[in-house]
Design a binder for this molecule. Structure first.
Ligand code: GDP
Ligand code: MG
Length: 163
């Protein structure tokens, strides 16, 4: 069976980099500027023998108003509602931020299933940040590196039983 996976999280944690890796081409715009992905992008994701729809969402933003940030947040909530599984990405090097905690709360209430991933954890980087992420109450964080392709077998092991 196929499923829809939404990649969510605050800007600049590496969502689009992970999307590109799962889709296998440079569809999503990756940039050093936070929040470069302005709307939802959908692609055909593959990981091992898994085939799924993957959604790259704009960074969840905390603004509640009608600003660009507010619209991005609503877009992301749409992605969460459409998804069977939300892959919630944090930056293991930055550790858990207030924004991460805010969105963890939204995901706990709104998402059907959340998989937590601590990205930018290539080599031994980000071990402390990944440990911190336990406190989000979303289970054991997967340590991954979207850029270097590390942790993809662990991601597979978590997604395969949910597919
Ligand atoms: P998004 O805003 O969440 O979509 O993040 P992007 O995918 O645009 O990435 C933001 C920045 O983080 C870019 O400079 C990426 O090259 C960098 N980045 C993404 N994944 C990794 C990773 O696994 N390790 C490291 N060190 N940097 C990463
Ligand atoms: Mg992006």
């Amino acid at each position: 069976m196929s499923f829809t996976l939404a990649i969510v999280g605050r800007p600049n944690v590496g969502k689009s980099t992970l999307f590109n890796r799962l889709v296998g081409r440079k569809l999503a715009l990756v940039d050093d500027q936070p929040g470069v992905t302005r709307d939802l992008r959908e692609g055909a994701g593959r990981l091992g023998d898994l085939r799924f729809v993957v959604i790259d969402s704009a960074g969840l933003e905390m603004a509640e108003d009608d600003s660009l940030q507010g619209r991005m947040r609503r877009l992301t909530e749409r992605a969460v509602d459409e998804a069977d599984i939300c892959l919630f990405v944090i930056d293991a090097r930055a550790g858990v931020t207030a924004a991460d905690e805010y969105f963890a709360d939204i995901l706990r209430r709104r998402a059907r299933h959340v998989v937590l991933a601590a990205n930018k954890a290539e080599g031994r980087a980000g071990e402390a940040g990944a440990m911190e992420a336990f406190a989000l109450g979303l289970g054991e964080p997967l340590r991954i590196s979207a850029e270097h392709g590390e942790g993809m077998d662990d991601l597979y092991a978590v997604l395969a039983p949910l597919a």
